[in-house]
Design a protein around this ligand. Structure first.
Ligand SMILES: Cc1cc2nc3c(=O)[nH]c(=O)nc-3n(C[C@H](O)[C@H](O)[C@H](O)COP(=O)(O)OP(=O)(O)OC[C@H]3O[C@@H](n4cnc5c(N)ncnc54)[C@H](O)[C@@H]3O)c2cc1C
Length: 481
């Protein structure tokens, strides 16, 4: 495949890019080989560079294609249909790795770094997590301080995706507000081959074995002042925006991989005969496939809704729901696909165990789901979602979630924000509400909407029971009378 294959005007530029990437992935990637070798062949990375994939979201003046999050999600999903490690390597580069530089980097720094990142000569990584600071980023120990007319970084980063391949690390560090630096959470670009940067050894992982994950020590690393990305005083908002890109791309990877898993399940159900007929004629299996199809539709709709958001607050909110829903349902559908293959699905050479292993981490990284669900509940109390112009069933679910939020606010006021268990259950309902809303916006089928709405109502009822155990008690008493 050459870059020229992208020039296919009849399909439209976006379609041509996505189908070129998909064709490349189908022809050139061997997922089981990548999993076994625990690395991506260098020829694959070179090929992706030649296709321009690493420059997809880099502005054209710096050698990229100047595209946005929408097309990036489609490209990552197309790669993940074939190989999740490759999709993660690319997605990390386009999202967490380069987004802060593209959005907040100074003109000088962008001119210096972006051409190499766009061409794929340099890959990017992102270092926020530390051995002592995972979900709780207020405990970051990595510090950035003023050092002469430059900056100095000291600390340790853990679980850095692309750590063994990258030449640029976007580091999150605490600034104490001394020596002319603003106080806050700073983001700083760091050259991985620079003095004082020590890459630690490759981690051995359950899944995503082809993608590189290492720790990284920052021992008195010095960079010029203009390698600071944006302003530490607004660093938290910058980090939220960068993470929102990362989470939406992660959701895209889940959509791509789940599309494959479901495709495999459907093919197998059509081919495998038991009890005198193909599996697909068994009502139970038909129900499982129908449910998986609805869930995948909702995943795609939610991911696309997040990717289409222009303003930061909306992108942040939708990206949380997309990340949680796509990783949870991606896991459930992939597990169903394995189950449907019976013993054959349990064997490594079927590829299904690898798909399940690859999916597992998406519920942990870029914000563990339990933490993000609680966050979704808190966001709902702060900024109730706009619920205009929706089909009636989605409106029903949305209104029900809004009433729960309203009651929490009225009954507990600010104390509601201090009750993580309440926020968690409200957040669960919010994630499902968003899936139904996105699904109804994207699809027109009444049957489709009814199924998803039923699932959402079950999730909401379960959330309600936790939010209002007293109501439950009253109902139980009423029933027993
Ligand atoms: C393969 C892989 C790649 C990664 N890549 C990167 C990367 O490129 N850059 C980077 O910065 N980080 C990366 N990470 C780190 C990842 O983002 C963190 O693992 C994640 O944020 C969770 O932090 P933790 O592992 O320290 O879990 P902890 O914070 O220790 O939490 C452990 C578990 O407890 C639960 N939990 C914690 N707090 C709460 C709470 N308040 N309420 C409810 N439940 C809670 C969650 O279920 C969580 O999974 C990667 C991790 C992995 C495994």
């Amino acid at each position: 495949v050459s870059a020229l294959e992208w020039a296919a005007p009849a399909e439209g530029v976006d379609e041509a890019i996505v189908s070129s990437v998909r064709r490349f992935a189908q022809r050139e990637l061997d997922p089981l080989e990548i999993d076994e070798a625990a690395q991506i062949p260098t020829r694959v990375l070179a090929h992706l560079s030649a296709l321009g994939v690493f420059g997809l979201t880099v502005p054209e003046q710096h050698g990229g294609l100047g595209e946005g999050l929408r097309l990036a999600t489609r490209v990552v999903a197309a790669l993940a249909e074939v190989d999740r490690s490759v999709a993660t390597t690319v997605g990390l580069h386009l999202g967490l790795g380069t987004r802060a530089l593209v959005r907040y980097g100074s003109a000088q720094l962008q001119a210096e770094l972006l051409p190499s990142l766009a061409s794929g000569e340099w890959l990017a990584a992102f270092g926020t997590t530390e051995p002592g600071a995972g979900s709780d980023l207020s405990k970051l120990k990595t510090k950035v301080t003023a050092d002469g007319d430059g900056l100095r970084l000291d600390g340790e980063k853990a679980y850095v995706t692309n750590g063994g391949l990258a030449r640029l690390l976007t580091v999150t560090a605490a600034s104490a507000g001394e020596g002319g630096l603003a106080k806050g959470m700073a983001m700083v670009a760091v050259p991985m081959l620079g003095r004082g940067v020590v890459r630690l050894s490759e981690e051995k992982k359950l899944g995503l074995r082809g993608s590189s994950t290492t720790g990284c020590l920052l021992d008195g690393v010095k960079v010029p002042q203009h390698w600071m990305l944006g302003d530490p005083s607004t660093g938290k908002a910058q980090l939220d925006h960068t993470l929102a890109w990362g989470r939406t791309l992660l959701a895209a990877g889940c959509v791509g991989a789940t599309t494959s898993a479901l495709g495999r399940a459907r093919d197998h159900a059509a081919m495998r005969r038991q009890f005198g007929r193909p599996l697909e004629e068994q009502p139970v299996i038909q129900g499982q496939l129908a449910s998986a199809t609805v869930l995948l539709g909702a995943m795609r709709a939610l991911m696309e809704t997040a990717a289409a958001q222009a303003d930061d607050a909306a992108l942040h909110r939708w990206s949380v729901s997309a990340k949680v829903f796509c990783s949870e349902q991606g896991w459930a559908v992939t597990d169903t696909a394995l189950q449907l293959h019976g013993a054959m699905g349990y064997l490594e050479n079927s590829g299904l165990p690898m798909m399940l292993r690859d999916m597992r981490v998406t519920r942990i990284f870029e914000g563990a789901n339990d933490v993000l669900i609680t966050h979704a509940g808190a966001l709902e109390l702060q900024h109730p979602a706009a619920r205009d112009d929706l089909p009636s069933m989605a409106q029903h679910v949305a209104d029900a979630v809004a009433r729960r939020g309203q009651r929490l606010r009225e009954e507990l006021g600010v104390r509601a924000f201090r009750r993580p268990e309440l926020l968690h259950w409200l957040g669960l309902a919010v994630v499902w509400r968003d899936a139904v809303v996105a699904g109804c916006r994207h699809f027109d089928s009444g049957a489709w909407q009814r199924t998803l709405c039923r699932e959402a109502c079950a999730a909401r009822r379960s959330a309600d029971r936790r939010l209002h155990p007293a109501d439950d008690q009253a109902q139980i008493l009423a029933r027993s009378r």
